[in-house]
Design a protein around this ligand. Structure first.
Ligand SMILES: [Zn+2]
Length: 259
């Protein structure tokens, strides 16, 4: 079982917007995180690549299970203008990233504008995804507004960037069955949730688990999270049980570290 940390960052700044301060990393701390990711022995891959591997494993379970890989995925939510330098730093170290942008925020103070969005997409290894139009809780919206949130954000990003937008991240992590269906119907190939848990091969491609970085995450903590794959249950065990146990084990460890 491949157990994968999909990291979720928001803002990287020494002077963050007050509303995101809890999830903001200083530039120094983020640089330390980049070093830890680079030196973790894990291969950084794109979110799309990880989803592709999940799909391949689902199509061929035995093969997926028999080749555990040590990979790591980096994502950002909301679309802060400081993601430009953060993603560039990641790119310098060969670490790809996916930035989920809330389209109504584009051009607001502290967020990328359309030119910034194009600059972001031009950074080596960067993928731009949608984080809805207005960042409202999608599960509370009537069907028409829900549809608009997922569709209009997708078309705007495609218009600005001149390429299709293939992935979505749920604002506030909410993704009940109805919201998921809307995201699928809008044509996205994948979607990111939060969950504060590790992703794994049996994870949901329309609700990939991510670990959300808070301002308190030290480099040492990140190092522990990235080192968090241990020998797994015996190979002959039923796949479902095996995966679930591995998932529970890392989840428990994560809880111990963060509490
Ligand atoms: Zn968000």
């Amino acid at each position: 079982m491949t157990v994968v940390p999909v990291l979720l960052y928001h803002s990287v700044s020494d002077d963050p917007l007050p509303e995101i301060a809890e999830y903001n990393l200083t530039r120094q701390r983020f640089a330390d995180h980049v070093r830890v990711i680079r030196d973790s022995g894990r291969t950084p891959i794109t979110f799309a690549d990880w989803v592709g591997r999940m799909r391949a494993a689902a199509a061929d379970p035995a093969d997926g299970i028999s080749s555990p890989e040590r990979v790591v995925v980096v994502t950002f939510d909301d679309g802060y203008d400081n993601n430009l330098s953060a993603c560039a730093l990641l790119g310098e170290h060969g670490i790809p990233s996916t930035v989920y942008v809330t389209t109504d925020y584009v051009g607001r103070s502290g967020f990328v504008d359309e030119a910034g969005l194009r600059d972001l997409a031009a950074i080596d290894g960067v993928t731009v995804g949608s984080h809805a139009v207005s960042h409202r809780r999608l599960d509370e919206l009537p069907a028409s507004e829900l549809g608009d949130e997922v569709r209009l954000s997708r078309t705007r990003l495609a218009d600005v960037l001149g390429r299709p937008c293939e992935t979505f991240a749920y604002p506030h992590g909410n993704h009940g069955a109805r919201v998921r269906r809307a995201v699928q119907d809008a044509g996205y190939a994948s979607a990111a949730g939060v969950k504060n848990a590790y992703s794994h091969e049996r994870d949901d491609v329309y609700g990939v688990a991510r670990l959300m970085a808070t301002r308190d995450w030290s480099a040492d903590q990140l190092e522990r999270f990235l080192g968090n794959d241990r020998p797994l249950a015996p190979r002959r065990e039923k796949l479902q049980t095996k995966g679930y146990r591995a998932y529970r084990r890392v989840r428990k460890r994560l809880t111990e570290v963060t509490s």
